[in-house]
Design a protein around this ligand. Structure first.
Ligand code: 2HG
Ligand code: ZN
Length: 455
């Protein structure tokens, strides 16, 4: 097999040493074996096509790989697969100002696209803590969300065109950057969020947004969870918010300890909402804040007075995931309708505390999108393996609640391996059968990321 790979790629672009296999064979999950047989680094579309044809001939499985910051195991290679890294396809190819379109290779790091957009006086609005290492191809393959979804939507909203190598090695050019195109099934949208199971994204045309105004950030202390939604409603009444995030006092405690940050407010609260809005809406935001205090929902708040202070306040939210990673937490990424959040959170809390009263439950997330990140922290004295068992035991109960609330078992992190066996909590049998049919059309020999999303 290695010989066959060398016929397609120069020797320096086929790695089989253990360090490379360990590095490129996994994402940010830590609970799956890492055992690829090789890592390859194509530079051209034709090379990706040749790899796919080889995989079909030889029965190899390919795992597409971007910045490997995913939390679902979609980029993990556990079964001797060949990892196809897009690290060397990392160029921005051209920019078309009339359409505000950037054509780029899949390995472009998200932060580089953001910086490029800024250089053009524009904005790439999908943003999250791992933007410094995640790649556009991976963002598209997981339909990445992040902290600005309430205003700008998910990655899907910004993908104008995709070149994709399907599971048979065919190159398709989906939508070609058009704003309007009413010619039947939009295959581009099937590829977005497909986690590399339908095709390998080899080029993308990304639409840019106009540059935002200067932003202000307000962090508000809220004692009762349901009041956060009243605060959201009040702020949204007259303001188009750029973000509405939340975190609990425990999440704040962890991130402050990890990054040595100051408390945002003099008086602590059980919950905090982080609101971001255009500077021009400052008067309206002040009015909204006063109304929330008067109503008794908000105890205290802080408003950023400079960009540096806004960044500091954002750290309190964006740094949480990293700050608790040492606990190897049981992680979940759930969504329900915004209106259903208080009941849902209360029921999940009750479920956990009933059976595991001593466990620390760390809540935070994109509450304006109905997306809660649930992290239950591993007690210091418990082994990772034993804690894994706990996760195994509690998951069905949590997912039953998600189902009852008509929610999703993965709002933004994806299915990958982590949620694969639970997919039926969010998708019907009929839907899953259709998904299998689609997979078979695009990848008849099941060589593209096999075992991800669907068993
Ligand atoms: C975030 O919003 C990320 O911080 C990570 O989606 C969430 O680690 C998590 O649970
Ligand atoms: Zn998130």
């Amino acid at each position: 097999m290695i010989e066959a790979l060398h016929e397609i790629l120069s020797a320096d672009r086929v790695a089989t040493d253990d360090d490379a296999l360990q590095n490129w064979g996994r994402d940010w999950t830590r609970n799956f074996p890492v055992a690829p047989s090789a890592v390859v680094f194509p530079e051209r579309i034709e090379e990706v096509q040749a790899l796919v044809r080889l995989a079909n001939r030889e029965g190899l499985a390919l795992v597409p790989s971007g910045g490997r910051t995913g939390l679902s195991g979609a980029a993990v290679a556990s079964n001797g697969e060949v990892v196809v890294s897009f690290d060397r396809m990392n160029r921005i190819l051209d920019f078309n100002p009339a359409d505000r379109l950037v054509r780029c290779q899949p390995g472009v790091v998200t932060a580089n696209l953001q910086a490029f957009a800024e250089e053009q006086g524009l904005y790439y609005p999908v943003d999250f803590a791992s933007a410094g290492s995640s790649q556009i191809g991976g963002n598209i393959s997981t339909n990445a969300g992040g902290i600005k979804v309430i205003r700008y939507g998910m990655t899907r909203a910004w993908v104008a065109g995709l070149k994709v190598v399907t599971g048979t090695g065919e190159l398709i050019d989906c939508n070609r950057g058009l704003m309007k195109n009413a010619t039947g099934y939009d295959l581009r949208h099937l590829m977005i969020g497909a986690e590399g199971t339908l095709g390998l994204i080899v080029e993308a045309e990304m639409r840019l947004a106009e540059a935002p105004q200067p932003q202000r950030v307000m962090v508000l202390g809220v004692e009762q969870f349901p009041d956060i939604l009243k605060v959201l409603e009040r702020f949204q009444r007259h303001i188009s918010l750029s973000a509405f995030e939340f975190f609990s006092d425990l999440a704040l405690e962890k991130v402050r300890a990890h990054r040595d940050l100051r408390a945002p407010l003099a008086t602590p609260s059980r919950f905090y909402a982080l609101v971001e809005f255009d500077e021009s809406a400052l008067d309206l935001a002040t009015e909204a804040f006063e109304a929330t205090v008067e109503a008794g929902w908000v105890a205290d708040a802080v408003l950023s007075q400079s960009e540096a202070q806004a960044r500091d306040l954002w750290q309190l939210r964006e740094g949480i995931s990293e700050s608790i990673s040492g606990y190897t937490p049981y992680k979940n990424d759930l969504s329900v309708k915004v209106a259903a959040l208080p009941g849902f959170l209360q029921e999940v809390d009750a479920l956990v505390s009933e059976s595991y009263p001593d466990y620390e439950v760390c809540w935070y997330g994109h509450i304006g999108d109905g997306n809660l990140h649930l992290n239950i922290l591993r007690p210091a004295e418990m082994s990772v393996a034993a804690f894994h068992e706990f996760g195994h035991d509690i998951s069905p109960g949590i997912f039953e609640l998600v189902q009852r609330y008509d929610g999703s078992i993965s709002a933004e992190h994806g299915v990958g391996l982590v949620k694969r066996d639970f997919l039926s909590y969010s998708r019907s049998d009929a839907e899953i059968a259709l998904m299998r049919g689609i997979k078979a059309v695009f990848d008849p020999n099941n060589i593209l990321n096999p075992g991800k999303i669907l068993a």
